[in-house]
Design a protein around this ligand. Structure first.
Ligand code: SF4
Length: 304
């Protein structure tokens, strides 16, 4: 396996902790013991991912980013989940496929990539649906490069343009330089958008860039849109502009983001996207800020 994909002296993400995850934990607080919190069909991704049957979503415990407003706080910050073996993960992929999943959706899996790639290798002879890499965008190019041939659809967030904002809410002052480089590598690998021949509503290969508008930060969103327009090749990706930000109890320590976004804020960002010609992708109704986007983390689908 590619040396970038290893638990020894871990450099899987830009934190570059260098710890041996078989004995220690780094910033993500997760050892090399694979742990997941839920593996079920999920209807709340973008329509080209969820389709009519659902996306076969696997939620991994832990996170390399740990945003203070994370809706999946029990997983990302507290590491909720159950330890499983690589071969159980491989079986889970196949079970989701049998349930009719349009794809396998790996949610925040970066810190477990050595195990995930082993599980994909085991399942590969019987797995025929696309693999989605659903991540916070805080990725190393070296790690993304090692995923070539495994991942069909990249679904990265592009959260912040401003380093100070990224540092304040995600302790990741180098977020934009990492995420922007990673997205360019994702686009290089996928080479544009490919739609399912049998069901043209579904994406079978490509990149969907997600951006969630945060309260009081529409100007940062607008700067990101200008970067996208000026830098990324047109018609090679979809843009998903989310309005679903919901304050969680941890946001209360940050009064400026302890509210939902306003229609004015979201509409300003949408208007800018449209004015720039960034009209391939998805918008979200402002009324979509509902907790149902966050499924219950109850270990569904983890054990047979
Ligand atoms: S995956 Fe975890 S241990 Fe490895 S570099 Fe990232 S935060 Fe550190």
């Amino acid at each position: 396996m590619n040396p970038a994909i290893s638990y020894n002296a871990c450099t899987l993400c830009p934190r570059m902790c260098g710890v041996d995850r078989r004995r220690q934990t780094g910033y993500c607080k997760m050892s090399s013991a694979l742990s997941i919190a839920r593996a079920t069909l999920h209807m709340w991704e973008e329509p080209c991912i969820s389709g009519t049957a659902g996306s076969g979503t696997v939620f991994f415990s832990g996170c390399t980013l740990k945003c203070i407003f994370c809706q999946n706080y029990p997983l990302s910050h507290e590491g909720f989940g159950k330890e499983i073996t690589v071969s159980r993960l491989s079986d889970i992929f196949l079970e989701l496929q049998e349930q009719g999943a349009h794809n396998i959706n790996l949610v925040t899996a970066t810190h477990y990539m050595p195990s995930v790639l082993d599980a994909l290798d085991q399942a590969k002879p019987r797995l025929s649906i696309p693999i989605v890499y659903n991540c916070g965008g805080y990725e190393r190019v070296e790690t993304i490069r090692a995923l070539e041939g495994y991942i069909d659809i990249y679904l990265p967030d592009l959260k912040y343009y401003d380093n100070a904002i990224a540092q304040k809410y995600s302790s990741a002052g180098n977020y934009f330089s990492c995420a922007s480089s990673a997205i360019k590598e994702m686009l290089r690998q996928t080479g544009g958008l490919t739609w399912d021949l049998g069901n043209p509503q579904l994406l079978s290969k490509g990149v969907i860039i997600r951006h969630m508008v945060l309260p009081g930060m529409k100007d940062d969103s607008i700067r990101l849109l200008h970067w996208i327009k000026e830098t990324l090749p047109p018609h090679q990706y979809l843009l998903s502009l989310l309005s679903q930000y919901t304050p969680c109890f941890h946001s209360s320590a940050y009064p400026e983001i302890n509210r939902r976004i306003t229609s004015y804020e979201y509409n300003k960002v949408v208007d800018t996207a449209l004015a720039l010609g960034l009209d391939e992708g998805y918008l979200q109704k402002k009324s979509s800020a509902k907790e149902e986007y966050t499924p219950p983390f109850d270990l569904s689908g983890v054990e047979k």
